[in-house]
Design a protein around this ligand. Structure first.
Ligand code: NAD
Length: 369
């Protein structure tokens, strides 16, 4: 995850990047490359590739209710992709499925979380995951180990959870303390319980044609599900992913490629990123750089999925800071055809996908359709 050292850019106007190359928005001709549709759901097929996302997208009630969430501000052109609302619907679907499974075969899905150390942000993420489990009826187990624990101790708990039939998903909260080998620990999670999708075998299968991972990493999966639920065509489109981390950028690029987009990855060493981003019909940004993507970087009509969660100083906020994305929202709204807000876009989807992966795992373990 990007660190909280990103407390630097309060608003779009002071973004450190490419300010001198900024094209005034009134010089940009708005042309829609996408028709963002909420109603003709039948046009969106849950094809074999998408089935690995394993989420029901044929939900008319959901789509019609989403039409209400389209931004009402007259100056705003882009539709708001409301991740909070989509996540809420998905959680309701998961809850219904869990009740059905419990009644039919008496099984309750279980998720085990391993937290090492005292990072406040990690503790908050774990608390939020536990609450989300409670909300939908997933049983959660938590092991909290001190910062100076050994790798062996962590591996011992993972091994116990691997052998426990009431645990269907195991999540190791990242980042781990520096003295631990992340690769060793993530590889120790049983591939059948790897609900974060970070096991090298799952990532390898995601990368290979004709192979199916057992799980897809939650944040990238959430991005693709948002595109599906909003009827955005991915096939044949030019997509740019900003960031190449193992947990977001890289798997997001692999997923888009599986969905038949033509994908380019932009990273911290890329020259002229704005020129590359400007070619994209779909942008997924996961750089952890507040307000980096300006309106002038965006192809008119593009769809923007902003994964970035960046704290910036805000003396007016009770906490002294607020969260912004990687994309300058106000500018992007005037150019894009649809955009996720921060907060309320991708963030809620990540937890919903974790719950979805845990339910899928329990269903698979008990051969429950
Ligand atoms: P990371 O620091 O591991 O990776 C950042 C990536 O961005 C790197 O590959 C780097 O090359 C690239 N990058 C950095 N500066 C860049 C620049 N100026 N131009 C182009 N590329 C640049 O971060 P991460 O864990 O992948 O997270 C990225 C962002 O997404 C963070 O803000 C994080 O908080 C957020 N995040 C959100 C969720 C969610 O649920 N919404 C989940 C995970 C991460």
């Amino acid at each position: 995850m990007a660190s909280a050292s990103a407390f630097i850019v309060p608003d779009c106007s002071s973004s450190s990047t490419a300010a001198s190359r900024f094209i005034p928005l009134n010089k940009i001709r708005i042309r829609r490359v996408f028709q963002i549709n909420y109603h003709p759901i039948s046009a969106v097929r849950w094809g074999p590739k998408s089935s690995l996302l394993n989420i029901n997208i044929n939900n008319r009630r959901l789509f019609s209710s989403m039409a209400l969430t389209v931004a009402s501000n007259a100056e705003t052109i882009a539709k708001v992709i409301d991740g909070k609302s989509v996540a809420k619907h998905i959680k309701e679907e998961i809850s219904t499925e869990i009740t059905r499974m419990k009644e039919a075969i008496g099984v309750i899905p279980g998720l085990a979380v391993v937290l090492v150390g005292d990072r406040k942000d990690s503790a908050t993420y774990v608390r939020n995951k536990k609450k989300a489990c409670d909300d939908v009826g997933i049983k959660s187990y938590e092991i909290h180990l001190p910062e100076d624990s050994t790798e062996q101790e962590v591996l011992k708990y993972i091994s116990e959870f691997n052998d426990d039939p009431s645990v269907h998903g195991i999540l190791v909260q990242l980042p781990l303390p520096r003295h631990m080998n992340e690769e060793n620990i993530l590889s120790a999670v049983s591939i059948e319980k790897d609900v974060d999708g970070f096991h090298p075998l799952n990532i390898g299968r995601l990368a290979m044609r004709g192979r199916e991972p057992m799980f897809v990493p939650c944040t990238p999966k959430g991005c693709i599900v948002l595109l599906y639920r909003y009827g955005v065509t991915i096939k044949g489109k030019r997509a740019v992913v900003i960031g190449r981390s193992n947990i977001v950028g890289m798997p997001a690029a692999l997923l888009l490629q599986r969905e038949d987009a033509t994908v380019t990855i932009v990273h911290s060493r890329t020259k002229n990123p704005e020129e590359i981003v400007r070619q994209a019909d779909i942008v997924i940004s996961a750089a952890g750089q507040p307000n980096m993507v300006r309106g002038s970087w965006i192809k008119p009509g593009a769809v923007i999925i902003d994964v970035g969660i960046n704290p910036v100083d805000d003396p007016e906020s009770p906490r002294g800071y607020r969260l912004v994305g990687d994309v300058c929202y106000e500018e992007a709204c005037q150019v894009a055809s649809a955009i996720t807000p921060v907060p309320g876009g991708v963030g809620p989807m990540t937890i919903a996908m974790l719950l979805s992966n845990t339910l899928s795992s329990a269903k698979r373990a008990h051969n429950f359709e």
